[in-house]
Ligand binder design. Sequence first.
Ligand SMILES: NC(=O)C1=CN([C@@H]2O[C@H](COP(=O)(O)OP(=O)(O)OC[C@H]3O[C@@H](n4cnc5c(N)ncnc54)[C@H](OP(=O)(O)O)[C@@H]3O)[C@@H](O)[C@H]2O)C=CC1
Ligand SMILES: CC(=O)N[C@@H](CCC(=O)OP(=O)(O)O)C(=O)O
Length: 307
Amino acid sequence: MTASVFIDGAVGTTGLEIAERLAGRSEFALITLDEARRKDDAARAEALNDADFVILCLPDDAARDAVAMIRNDKTRVIDASSAHRTAIGWTYGFPEVIGREAVASARRVSNPGCYPTGFIGLLAPLVSAGLLPKDWPYICHAVSGYSGGGKAMIARFEDDTDIAYRAYGLAMDHKHVPEMQRHVGLAHAPLFAPAVVPAHRGMLVEVPLQLAAMPLAAAPDAMLASLTEAYRGSPIVRVLEAEEGELLLRGSMEPVDTLELMVFGARDGSQARLIARLDNLGKGASGAAVQNLNLMAGLDETAGLRL
Ligand SMILES: NC(=O)C1=CN([C@@H]2O[C@H](COP(=O)(O)OP(=O)(O)OC[C@H]3O[C@@H](n4cnc5c(N)ncnc54)[C@H](OP(=O)(O)O)[C@@H]3O)[C@@H](O)[C@H]2O)C=CC1
Ligand SMILES: CC(=O)N[C@@H](CCC(=O)OP(=O)(O)O)C(=O)O
């Protein structure tokens, strides 16, 4: 049976990449609105209520409005925005962490943020296994390609090619912090220090750990083994043996839907750097939305993904 899918915000950065991943898929038929009607509330309300699945690729307020326009029990929603990531009644769409069944059976799924995908992917299994403490004030430093900021940020970086590095979130109130805390189950909000670099896509999300100063902390090898076990069998989340040297983000990076996790440890075990590498538009947004859609439709989670 073919399920109908409406992408609200279909010509935005995330929406376009979801449509690319769904192109040629016979399991889904896209409901589309032309340029003149894509922001028309009556047309959107009709599409939102006609569709079996709706994927919201909108700013937060518009995503909340779209959900309020749905007046039936049939339409199932995947929200790519940060509007519902800690909201009651919503399932957090990180199947490898919260369980595939939970996503598959949900009516309202909130896609994780791109940075939280790295942070939670690294820390949730380790905290849950008791290898790292819940009540530690974690720090997360991350760099993202500029497509992470959508059309406005893409235009800014393409217009001003002199920007070499943009540190932000300097008031320490980035909108991703609540979901990072909630979905790892931390007692304290992490200190999140994000930055944007002049590459179109891709990101490195890092959690540096002063293991020697922590009341409870496993050795880097034990953390690597635990992550490897937690994601065993996942075609999307891959735990890599750390290589000496460097990690690069390349300006020419091709779209990819994997999440790679690495543990770098000091020889004496006193320090570690947990690092996630992903495509902000892959497992960080559009790839995750398609993975969740596949699960909700009872299909192979990897269908249409770039792995
Ligand atoms: N880019 C990324 O890497 C990630 C993005 N996200 C989230 O996904 C969502 C979409 O982001 P992104 O694709 O980057 O953003 P973009 O700005 O690229 O796209 C948003 C789209 O929504 C449209 N839009 C805005 N308001 C309305 C409305 N009221 N009705 C219909 N359409 C509307 C915009 O229209 P117009 O074209 O006219 O501006 C635009 O096409 C955001 O919530 C973002 O935070 C999540 C994870 C990663
Ligand atoms: C580079 C950049 O600007 N990134 C965005 C986050 C992108 C993303 O994950 O979107 P959500 O906010 O919907 O989760 C930011 O920091 O606001």
